[in-house]
Design a protein around this ligand. Structure first.
Ligand code: PGA
Length: 264
């Protein structure tokens, strides 16, 4: 059984003192939710001071990005090796990096493989620009449309070369681009259906046993009011939360609902 994972993506927000306050409140509260795993992804310079703050807490840390090379002349970049012992997760291929920094599937794939090589856990972010129109299609039609979508392409190319047991360290975050930061979250049923299609694709690539170990998160305008829609979808194993992760009460409200509905 997959343990639900809630990840807060702080993006380029919060001063160091605000980051400390938020991390502390989240840390002190998530001990009430042992059924779920919770991670926060602060900006790079806040990772080390927040790591010190967390010491023995179950709250995990994630980085928002890495460079695929281990070291070298890449001014301004951070390697996976440098994050060892600090972060456990790394967001890879977030749509904001794909659009603002022109990261393509090949580059994203190199990052995934570098994370795995250094035993960090990549969270591969994928999502379509425009909602897929699945209305009126047969099951076969739905599968076909999905198979030729940007979502499937980003998964197939992003996870190319992932082998054997390392599949267990993969998480896929399904984040429709049109839902990120817009307040226009995907309906639970639609996100659940896409998660189901992603699961079938992962099983197709990795085989039944390993394909079932990958956690599939939903992300895009999640808040404590709409979180219930995702909590009820069996193929959604957690959430990637942006804006709402910057407010302790929102983020903890989301964690509470997921923990309550978790069968883990
Ligand atoms: P949002 O961001 O929750 O603010 O829509 C999600 C994300 O970008 O990961």
């Amino acid at each position: 059984m997959r343990r639900p994972l809630i990840v807060g993506n702080w993006k380029m927000n919060l001063s160091l003192s605000d980051a400390h306050v938020l991390a502390k409140v989240v840390k002190n509260s998530i001990e009430k939710f042992p059924q779920i795993e919770v991670a926060i992804c602060p900006p790079f310079p806040w990772l080390v001071p927040i790591k010190e703050e967390l010491s023995l807490s179950p709250l995990k840390l994630g980085a928002q990005n890495i460079h695929p090379e281990a070291e070298g002349p890449f001014t301004g970049e951070i390697s996976s090796m440098m994050l060892k012992g600090i972060a456990e997760y790394v967001l890879v291929g977030h749509s904001e990096r794909r659009s603002h920094f022109k990261e393509d599937n090949h580059f994203v794939n190199l990052k995934v493989l570098e994370c795995l090589r250094t035993y960090l856990k990549p969270i591969l972010c994928v999502g379509e620009e425009k909602k897929l129109n699945l209305d009126g299609l047969t099951q076969q039609g739905i599968e076909q449309r999905f198979f030729h979508s940007k979502i499937a392409e980003e998964i197939k190319k992003g996870l190319k070369g992932v082998k054997g047991e390392t599949w267990r360290n993969i998480t896929v975050a399904y984040e429709p681009v049109w839902a990120i930061g817009t307040g226009n979250n995907a309906e639970g049923r639609y996100a659940g259906l896409i998660a189901h299609l992603i699961r079938d694709l992962l099983i197709n690539i990795a085989g039944e046993t390993l394909g079932q170990t990958v956690r599939i998160l939903y992300g895009g305008s999640v808040n404590k009011k709409n979180v219930i829609d995702y909590a009820l979808e069996v193929e959604i194993d957690g959430l990637l939360v942006g804006g709402a992760s910057l407010k302790a009460s929102e983020f903890l409200g989301i964690c509470e609902v997921i923990a309550k509905h978790s069968k883990y």
